[in-house]
Design a binder for this molecule. Sequence first.
Ligand code: ADP
Length: 267
Amino acid sequence: MDRYLVKPNSKIDLKAISSDHYKGYQGTKEQAMELTKIMNLELDKLQKIQNAEKKHKILIIFQGLDASGKDGAIRNVFGSVNPSGVYVAHFGAPTTTELSYDFLWRIHKKVPSKGEIVIFNRSHYEDVLIVRVQNLMPENIWRNRFEHINNFEKMLADEDTIILKFYLHISKEEQRTRLQSRVDNPEKHWKIDPQDFKDREKWDEYIEAYNDVLKFTSTEYAPWFVIPSDKKWYRDLIITSILTDKLRKMKMKYPSSKYDYTGYVVK
Ligand code: ADP
């Protein structure tokens, strides 16, 4: 899985990274989907232990350009996990109240507590992406945010939060196909957002902004993974593998009872 890990301080050029599936992958699409399903079930078992143990907090961040598949990936990776221990927080454009605080205020309120998995669908990274590309704040403001984000995530990690960040990498052509299918398919009309087309015109600037995000904010304690996402089945396979592997290595176990069989507290 190291193939997709962004090493701290490494210079990233997304235009040189393939968004298609790894050609060295030997299996078929059907096998990949089958394997993903098997790991989904393992993820459910691991989450059950994490929830019972109440030791770790797990934060998973999904970022990507419009139509990169954030919703689909969340559904396909976590679809089998017990919904009572997993929460999804979606961050859209901030409200007037949210804008009157610092950019991390609304984010901090949603981070996981012990035993929880929280998934961010978009996140504080929008504050150095759309804010930068659409010129919503002066440069000195958003540039300082890289450091603030690293400090914030370090604090969370020091307080026992496991953080994994996934950038869903799609090609400009694949985005065109997906946005077009929203226009062609009546069941997808509700997804059409004129902002997506405006953002697409700034594709190069977004890629540049993502290059910086990956370079400045992939750390030992909160690593980024660049997930090739043109093929949904490959995207799901890789994310599920990375997550399952991480949770397996945490060596979690069910806590033993605090009581003996008579109901007395065991000292
Ligand atoms: P999505 O595109 O995630 O399915 P929405 O249609 O609600 O959902 O879009 C959310 C929009 O909010 C995106 O265009 C995103 O860039 C924007 N957004 C998120 N966070 C911020 C932010 N901090 N500042 C400005 N815009 C933001």
